[in-house]
Design a protein around this ligand. Sequence first.
Ligand code: ADP
Length: 307
Amino acid sequence: MIVSIGEVLIDFIALQEGKLKEVKSFEKHPGGAPANVAVGLSRLGVESALVSKVGDDPFGDFLIERLTDEGVKTFIPRDLERHTGVVFVQLIGARPEFILYDGVAYFNLKPEDVETALLERAEVVHFGSVLFAREPSRSTLFGILEELKGKVPLSYDVNIRLDLWRGREDEMLQDIERALKLADIVKLGDGELAYLRDNGISPEDFDFKLFAVTLGAEGSELRSGGAEVHVPAYSVEPVDTTGAGDAFMAALLAGLHYSNMVGQEAIDGEQLRKIGRFANLVAALSTTLRGAWSVPKMEEIVLMKEV
Ligand code: ADP
């Protein structure tokens, strides 16, 4: 089983362009990058679980119900003081802007909320950076990762959300560096890679089993040991690229799972290319479907595209 840890939330997406106060109606969508990855894995046929926290409210009920419908095992206690995570997404031009409500339940994740035995049995534990942005979730997650290091492969989607760290960018960079030292599998976007390099963090300095950089419509680059491949994107006509990176991440982990390469020290060029092609294919197909939970099921993939 692959266990994801992190935020699960509701995206309220504005139905028309404009500043939040001008928007008249919103659509409610489940989201949160680690939750998106957990759902993607389940759709790809991999046993998947999510560790998070929600409020004791109808939004929490909605998220747990939707995850359960997707076949994701939920280890998501209720926080009696804080409400479920919500994000308002306003569309100004082509670029969505996110407005996050602070003090939400997943930032209150404490060590006693997490079943250690579940994590120790996991095939991979996957995480992102969002829980690092606030306490106590930051200390809880670092505590878990440090405990698991060397026992369970750790997968990290760097997923930089600068709006959570305004005025504290140095702290964020230190946390990212600390997480990179713990991770075995790392994925980030090319813009994030450039940002880290500009700030003196170079992924070449770390010893990852697998390092993947997504390049949008240009595909992806994968590295392991001495092998390095560039895999071109599948040609599609995207309708909504939300969650393409999460779809890629889920497919990368599913690819490793199906080829029995999770525990392997290094992956050769040919195997890397296969995994990259699969991840690019799943991510490209996800852009042809709306929303963040847009990974097609394994049987649909075969029908949608010649693999
Ligand atoms: P993010 O969603 O994190 O910004 P990217 O935009 O780099 O990440 O997309 C992740 C992956 O999705 C890419 O590596 C690629 O495989 C696929 N992808 C994204 N946009 C397109 C596109 N326009 N056409 C085909 N594939 C795409």
